[in-house]
Ligand binder design. Structure first.
Ligand code: MN
Ligand code: MN
Length: 365
């Protein structure tokens, strides 16, 4: 955490920014090790070029922040107080002047923005996102360790889900079984709503589970992830139940071939767009190009979707330490949806997967 605060401070110094108000829970966690979603209440870490930072948050949360290992100043406020009074006072104590300020433009709301304008008249505002992205995109060893563990738990979740498949079970029942078993393993939170979809319901890449009952001949798509010590995993596996039509097997094997080709090609130097194209070309050549309707993947870490975006238009070259998903899919409306997703990290010479559940087509009896 201290290194992160120092690196960010050096950037503020270089850019002649007097202070930064960082408000998104994910970035507060990145700098403090403390995660909280305070909803409408203000929580922010205020960072400076040279002075030590302070964390402002509801009084009732101060002890948890300490327990999480954050060691700089904490300014707690009561619900009867206006947190902006304390923020303004503490910020002015530490900064000689506040003429240029960094915020997260994509997170700050208008009400808070106006508050800043009123309290620091004439202040010019700079977006902090680019720098934060640049810092977060390369994962350190500890981050990788947590993500490896999150990946293992995601593999376990798929295993539990596949084992529980039987005729007549509903999508939501399967979700409940998977999440119950994970809770027993000590997983506090999933990284997003567990998505288990049957048959043509899986043809919607962002479909949601309901009370539909599983029938023989349908595919079951599992898309889920867990949060382990603040870090996310994200895995998708698709299996067949009872039997699989020849056409559906072809769809499956096309997705698998595309996924493995992109995985194989992942290494330092190749660009995000090249990777997307490798997978897309295989799907297009098999005649399903129009049914692969989203990007190849996305970065992940503290957030389930973060930088970089693995799209056909991102020229960013991969570097050692980046972690992202590879998740091609084919979605034929009214019929079938197949997606296979792994989390991968870039090593010096190639890539390793953090999710390892087997990928050859399983037909569950
Ligand atoms: Mn996913
Ligand atoms: Mn994903």
């Amino acid at each position: 955490m201290k290194n992160r605060i120092k690196t960010f401070g050096e950037w503020l110094d270089k850019e002649q920014i007097d202070g930064a108000i960082i408000t998104s829970p994910d970035h507060v966690f990145y700098f403090t090790g403390f995660y909280s979603d305070p909803h409408e209440r203000l929580m922010a870490i205020i960072l400076f070029p040279k002075e030590e930072p302070f964390l402002i948050l509801p009084q009732m949360e101060t002890e948890s922040a300490r327990k999480a290992g954050y060691s700089y100043s904490i300014v707690g406020y009561l619900d009867t107080e206006n947190p902006w009074d304390a923020l303004e006072r503490e910020m002015k104590k530490r900064a000689r002047k506040v003429e240029r300020m960094a915020i997260e433009k994509s997170h700050m709301n208008v009400e808070r923005y106006e508050e800043i304008q009123n309290r620091f008249p004439g202040v010019s505002i700079v977006g902090a996102e680019k720098k934060l992205q640049e810092m977060r995109v390369i994962k350190d060893e500890e981050e990788l360790r947590r993500m490896e563990k999150a990946g293992e738990l995601a593999d376990y979740a798929i295993e539990v889900g596949v084992q529980a498949i039987r005729e007549g079970i509903t999508e939501l029942e399967l979700v409940a079984i998977v999440e119950y078993e994970l809770k027993k393993k000590g997983v506090e939170k999933m990284s997003f709503d567990t998505t288990i979809l049957f048959g043509d319901n899986a043809a919607n890449p962002h479909g949601s589970p309901g009370t539909r009952k599983l029938q023989r001949g349908e595919f079951v798509l599992f898309d889920l992830g867990v949060i382990y010590e603040g870090y996310c995993s994200d895995i998708t596996r698709t299996v067949a139940f009872g039997e699989a039509k020849e056409k559906h097997v072809k769809v499956y094997n096309t997705v698998l071939k595309a996924q493995e080709a992109a995985l194989e090609a992942s290494r330092p130097g190749i660009t995000c767009q090249e990777l997307d194209q490798i997978a897309r070309q295989i799907i297009t050549e098999a005649g399903y190009g129009q049914y692969f309707t989203h990007r190849l993947g996305h970065g992940l870490g503290i957030s389930i979707h973060e930088y970089p975006s693995v799209t056909g238009t991102n020229p960013l070259p991969l570097k050692k330490g980046m972690v992202f998903t590879i998740e091609p899919g084919i979605y034929i409306p009214g019929e079938i949806g197949v997606r296979i997703e792994d989390d991968v990290y870039i090593t010096e010479t190639g890539a390793k997967t953090l999710t390892k559940y087997p990928k050859e087509l399983k037909i569950i009896q």
